[in-house]
Design a binder for this molecule. Structure first.
Ligand SMILES: [Zn+2]
Length: 415
């Protein structure tokens, strides 16, 4: 019975995702022949068509990856693959902490075996074809190796701590696991911007004197420490330009890609920066963290309850004694099931994110020039070959940012 429900959930999630992708491809293709009136004269037909082709190529690859993921979920959750792995691991490594580590490790390897080839094709296939890729194969594999080592360094202690809590702390173990996740998240926000990101890219203070003075004035006006503004060598891997705000406390920083600094005029850089400072002043990161903590507490409470139900294990072909002998296996099973549920709530998180983007835009137009922000957005859109005509339903579910037409309309800039 449970297997049928899970099989239907996997099929429904896959069909929903594929339906959205299909809508997006169809919509973008249908609007390929003409630049939308609002952007006539600002985006050329060639750029518009490149954006359409690029969007469709990425989506086609994404659909193939969705197929691979759905098949893997079926094998693991419906075909008894997870139970087979679990018993194999117990027979080899025992059901102690080493067994938990091995099970998590094998699953990580299986999922990477799907995602790494797709990343490779995305980088050296699609990105390359549209002239965005600046990475080399050597860099790609060095990055991969660094990521694997970092994952091991962080995941081994995390798995061991969670495994310990699940074995030793009785029925309320999931509250302890939540505490561990909170600590882990705070740690990540402190060390990722300051120690991890510099392992992959170079971060420097802005060198341009004129720009620096402008940014310092803006930062002072907005109550942000100008020392937290960095230029990143994004051009090392890709021609895409971007800017983002990350970190908390002493680790908070605004990062501007060198590729973005190359194309934007000083006033436009200032407006983009004002938008990012807006995210900081309006506490968007904090709000997202708090929301995710509440959601994860609710999820873990459900897991805490499920982990005491024999049918939960039996439904996936596991021995219910696993609850006592290897509780971590129940948690991994739960993690595999989560995306089947969370997909239906994605629209909430992207909606909130879009509200935050509008708020940061409004902040930027109060503290810098709305016209500059609008023209920066158009340039970014053009240089990143982002489509001007996404499917409205696809966009509502998947996009963390409002469409550029919506953003410019809100900025109330005369066209
Ligand atoms: Zn933003």
């Amino acid at each position: 019975m449970l297997t049928i429900v899970v099989a239907l959930a996997i099929a429904a999630a896959f069909l929903f995702e594929t339906w959205l992708d299909w809508r997006q491809i169809r919509y973008v293709a249908a609007h390929r022949s003409q630049v939308p009136a609002a952007f006539a004269g600002r985006i050329s037909l060639t750029d518009h068509q490149k954006a359409a082709d690029y969007t469709i190529a990425k989506k086609r690859l994404g659909t193939k990856q969705d197929v691979a993921s759905a098949v893997l979920s079926m094998v693991l959750l419906v075909g008894g693959g997870f139970a087979l792995l679990q018993s194999g691991i117990v027979a080899t490594f025992g059901s102690g902490a080493v067994g938990s580590l091995a099970l998590a490790g094998v699953l990580a390897v299986i999922f990477s075996a799907i995602s790494i080839p797709f990343d490779y094709v995305a980088t050296f296939g699609v990105e390359q074809r549209f002239g965005f890729n600046r990475s080399t194969r050597a860099l790609f594999f060095t990055d991969l190796l660094k990521s694997i080592l970092l994952t091991l360094a962080f995941m081994i202690p995390l798995v061991l701590a969670v495994d310990y809590a699940a074995r030793q702390l009785g029925d309320a173990w999931w509250i302890a696991v939540w505490g561990i996740l909170v600590a882990f998240n705070v740690l990540a926000l402190l060390i990722v911007p300051t120690f991890i990101m510099p392992l992959f890219n170079k971060f420097e203070p802005l060198a341009d004197e004129g720009l620096k003075a402008r940014i310092e004035t803006l930062a002072r006006r907005c109550g942000f420490h100008a020392k937290g503004v960095f230029k990143m060598d994004g051009s090392k891997r890709s021609g895409h330009g971007n800017a983002f705000f990350t970190g908390i406390g002493p680790a908070k920083r605004i990062v501007l890609f060198d590729t973005l600094l190359e194309t934007l005029a000083p006033g436009e850089v200032e407006a983009v920066l004002a938008h990012e400072i807006g995210h900081f002043r309006l506490r968007h990161i904090m709000k997202r963290i708090l929301a995710s903590l509440v959601v994860s507490l609710a999820m873990l409470a459900i897991l805490g309850w499920l982990s005491r139900q024999g049918w939960f294990y039996q439904g996936f072909g596991l021995d219910p004694a696993v609850a006592r002998d290897m509780p971590f296996a129940g948690l991994l099973l739960f993690v595999l099931l989560l995306p089947l549920v969370s997909i239906w709530f994605r629209i909430i998180s992207t909606y909130v994110s879009r509200v935050h983007e509008f708020e940061a835009d409004a902040y930027a137009s109060r503290h810098s020039d709305a016209n500059d922000l609008a023209s920066a957005l158009v340039k970014l859109q053009r240089d990143n070959a982002a489509t001007l005509t996404p499917d409205p339903v696809y966009s509502a579910v998947n996009h963390s940012h409002p469409t550029i037409a919506q953003r410019i309309a809100r900025l109330a800039v005369p066209q």
